[in-house]
Design a protein around this ligand. Structure first.
Ligand code: GUN
Ligand code: ZN
Length: 426
């Protein structure tokens, strides 16, 4: 067993429902086989377990590992393609890179960069948009297994409107997805997600196949995009006889508790009601929404209807892996919405980037650092003299310190990351 000693900050209770930020200084977490088995004042934990090894983290702040609910593995070399709206950005930056995933050695290089990038940003769990090619998805799961990340991913499916080399058929999609799920679902920390790219690029036949896949892969997640961009939404309505975007998935039985839909910047009230009743989660991707000019996310309306919301980096339309940056951008976005915005505190930002994501991905044993949880955590320790180090020294209290971490923190400040109590990145 190991005793981790430090200042631990987490959100075991949802701050949108009145939960408080939990801050425990000079605390000990006793970890056995990756699980937190005791927690309390360090001196008490140590005297109860005097023979156990101590890991001293008192020179920084420990947060739960981040949970990224929407990120595209093939797009990391496409980050920074600025200046275009969604559909033009896909054609110019994202889809050419996605087509390169046909080359498995290229895909393997990208997969290794991707998992290292996630871990270095303090992300320990993620729902990942895979590639349109099975071998590339294998490369991702292999890379993730090497690092030990908790990854849920799958073959990306489209059968219309994209460049031809990215298209499949319902029959092929079913066979290849099932074969991947048989290789990876619930193997180690990997799980499978049925992943149509967006209903714009999927026929009803392909979406019906997605439902068959959900039935054939017990415990799989379902993920796609929704209501991101006004031109996209208008095209979807044209293609589906005027249906709203959520209905294009819902009429195939694809909107439920295991569903994570990215963006939802322009929902109708009816769609919000469906999302709330079904228990689906919206992955809010604020840097992507700003970079592509998609719009300002209506968080208040989501909360009013009771829709679950968590954070996604949406690399490569998003601007990097760090959920600190996404949290800050989520805050900016609500500020810019003024009267329509939901003011966010540092506690909200931490919740959205940790426990909310864990709930969305059905990972009940991660997201906070209570007894019984797995020790998935990150140590934030900025370089001496850096603006964040100065800010932390002068913070009045820990909530203010956490706000400064979200404002100034980057992956360079993530000094160490653990999954299941095992050190990944130092
Ligand atoms: N909609 C369909 N594909 C994509 C993608 O790769 N990125 C974003 N942001 N939206 C999408
Ligand atoms: Zn996306």
């Amino acid at each position: 067993m190991t005793i981790f000693r430090g200042t631990f900050i987490d959100t075991p209770e949802n701050p949108f429902n009145g939960g408080n930020l939990r801050v425990d200084s000079d605390t000990g977490l006793l970890v056995q086989d990756g699980v937190i088995v005791a927690r309390g004042p360090f001196l008490e934990i140590r005297s109860a377990h005097p023979a156990e090894q101590i890991v001293d983290l008192t020179d920084g702040v420990v947060l739960p590992g981040f949970v990224d609910t929407h990120v595209h593995f093939p797009q990391i070399r496409a980050v920074g393609g600025l200046g275009l709206p969604l559909l033009e950005w896909l054609d110019r930056y994202a889809l050419p890179e996605e087509a390169r995933m046909a080359d498995v050695s290229y895909a393997t290089g990208v997969a290794n960069e991707f998992v290292r990038g996630l871990a270095a940003a303090g992300t320990t769990s993620a729902l990942v948009f895979g590639a349109h090619y099975s071998d590339a998805v294998d490369a991702l799961f292999n890379a993730a297994s090497g690092v030990g990340l908790r990854i849920t991913s799958g073959l990306v499916l489209s059968d219309r409107l994209l460049r031809p080399e990215l298209l499949t058929t319902p029959v092929r999609a079913y066979a290849e997805s099932l074969a991947l799920a048989n290789r990876w679902h619930n193997v180690g920390r990997n799980r499978y997600a049925v992943t149509p790219r967006f209903s714009l690029s999927c026929t009803d036949d392909l979406l019906a196949t997605c439902r068959e896949l959900m039935d054939a892969i017990p415990g799989a997640l379902f993920t796609s995009h929704v209501n991101e961009n006004e031109a996209e939404i208008a095209s979807v309505a044209d293609l589906f006889g005027g249906a709203d975007y959520v209905t294009t998935y819902d009429r195939h039985g694809l909107v439920d508790r295991r569903t994570v839909l990215a963006h939802n910047v322009h929902p109708t009230d009816v769609e919000l009601k469906v999302l709330a009743t079904s228990g689906a989660t919206v992955a809010h991707c604020p840097t992507s929404n700003a970079a592509l000019g998609s719009g300002l996310f209506p968080l208040s309306r989501h909360l009013q209807y009771g829709v679950r919301v968590a954070l996604g980096s949406d690399v490569g339309a998003g601007t990097g892996f760090s959920l600190l940056k996404e949290g800050l951008q989520a805050y900016f976005c609500q500020q810019l919405l003024a009267d329509q915005g939901r003011p966010l505190t540092a506690a909200h930002l931490l919740y959205l980037s940790t426990a909310a994501g864990a709930e969305a991905l059905d990972l009940p044993h991660v997201g906070h650092l209570s007894v019984g949880q797995h020790f998935d955590a990150q140590l934030l320790r900025p370089a001496d003299g850096s603006p964040l180090a100065v800010g932390l020294t002068h913070a009045e209290d820990t909530e203010e310190a956490l706000a400064r971490i979200f404002t100034l923190g980057t992956p360079a400040d993530v000094q160490a990351v653990w999954i299941n109590g095992t050190l990944l990145h130092s």
